[in-house]
Design a protein around this ligand. Sequence first.
Ligand SMILES: Nc1ncnc2c1ncn2[C@@H]1O[C@H](COP(=O)(O)OP(=O)(O)OP(=O)(O)O)[C@@H](O)[C@H]1O
Ligand SMILES: [Mg+2]
Length: 312
Amino acid sequence: MESAVLKRRPSRVWAVGGGKGGVGKSAISSNLGVALARRGYRTVLVDADLGGANLHTMVGVPAPSRSLTELFTRAAGNLSEVIVPTGIPNLDLISGAHALLDMANPKHLQKQKIIRQLFTLDADIVLLDLSAGTSFTTIDFFLAAHEPIVVVIPTPTSIENAYHFLKAAFYRRLKGAIVRSGAGPLVDVALEQKLARGIRSPRELIRHITELDAVAGAAIAGEMTRLRPKLIVNQIRRQEELTLGEQMADACRDFFGVEMNFLGGIHNDDRVVYSIQLKRPALEAYPHSPFAMAIEGLALRLLAQHKEGDNE
Ligand SMILES: Nc1ncnc2c1ncn2[C@@H]1O[C@H](COP(=O)(O)OP(=O)(O)OP(=O)(O)O)[C@@H](O)[C@H]1O
Ligand SMILES: [Mg+2]
């Protein structure tokens, strides 16, 4: 029933992405889900990896018969119809497990409908596990979230992909902001003058648009400053690798003018691999492991910001 999915207070949507495959997005989102549920937050984990979904395994659920696929094939009309319990109190799951081959890029309207429904689910927190890559679907889920979270590991390829991912997200948001501000022609002028004016970064581009049209520039800048991604550095093997977090946050500020909040690091911990082999969340199988402790710390930090978000 439609009324059953509407609630008094809208749910907060957190999305875990990062561009690169295998950096720990699913391990982190599934265990964060467990940590939130244990603290009493009614949490829905959503496997938004439409191509190669496997989140159900990470929380110890056999492939559910209901999944996001049904929304695209119209067997189910509403997101709330494909929620399954995980057996962990307060933690439910929306699986993407039976994905169709062409589903990594679903139709725009279907996607918009799903994004809208994510915000009206009867839950405190909706946690999206995004797929690797920079498809429009993944970027749209990331941009729609209240808390967009990027996971990176200290390897050159992961760092490179995380920047590509952030850049794709930034430009998609910027494009929308420019259209909404009505400043399209101005931007063309600004881009034409790019070399002469020494515009080398998106931040400088926005500053230049503001010089040309203060109102449009302020509207665009306002939308862009609301994009505040958070960063987790996973699979740290040496303490000095933690500095990557601040370095990336600085680079994001300088280049995009975007404030990225470095949440913290997670050390490489074989217990993550063992727990996946056991098909159990690491928080349950190895509650005292460094990984479990790091997840608990991240959950607390995110929840502190979540409470601030309630007052927005
Ligand atoms: N902190 C960690 N220590 C050790 N191994 C880890 C850690 N985090 C993740 N892993 C391992 O890395 C592998 C990839 O993790 P995971 O599947 O969560 O990545 P992903 O980003 O979701 O990948 P994909 O993009 O393919 O969905 C898994 O085998 C997982 O056990
Ligand atoms: Mg994954």
